[in-house]
Design a protein around this ligand. Structure first.
Ligand SMILES: O=C(O)C(=O)C[C@]1(C(=O)O)C=C[C@@H](O)C=C1
Length: 106
């Protein structure tokens, strides 16, 4: 009878563990998208409250947010550069959304 031995068993265990890790990653992604949806609702409201395009883009506010999330990353012992680049990409998308909302409201 064939049995799984040595390296084969390790490879099989790694595959199973990777599958479990991917299930957990998918769950985290669901939670992140839920939070992004909440953030989007707030950004849309902000877009109706601002006076002009410069106020929508608010570069000083963006830098404050980046500073804040970098500190939060350091406190959680994760890479602040990954958090910063994620936030810059996300905020850039939200600025375009907020610009559209602002234009529709003015
Ligand atoms: O804080 C604001 O004023 C927002 O509108 C939010 C937000 C963001 O997505 O974080 C969006 C646009 C501005 O450039 C700054 C920040």
């Amino acid at each position: 009878m064939a049995t799984i031995q040595g390296n084969d068993r390790d490879a099989q265990a790694d595959k199973e563990q990777l599958a479990a890790v991917r299930v957990a990653v998918d769950e985290v992604d669901e939670q992140i998208v839920t939070l992004i949806a909440r953030r989007e609702r707030l950004i849309k409201i902000a877009g109706t409250l601002k006076g002009d395009d410069a106020e929508v883009r608010a570069p000083d506010r963006v830098e404050k947010i980046i500073e804040h999330v970098r500190s939060a990353a350091v406190a959680k012992d994760i890479d602040p550069d990954i958090v910063e680049s994620t936030y810059r990409a996300m905020i850039s998308g939200f600025i375009e959304l907020e610009m559209r909302v602002h234009k529709d409201n003015s």
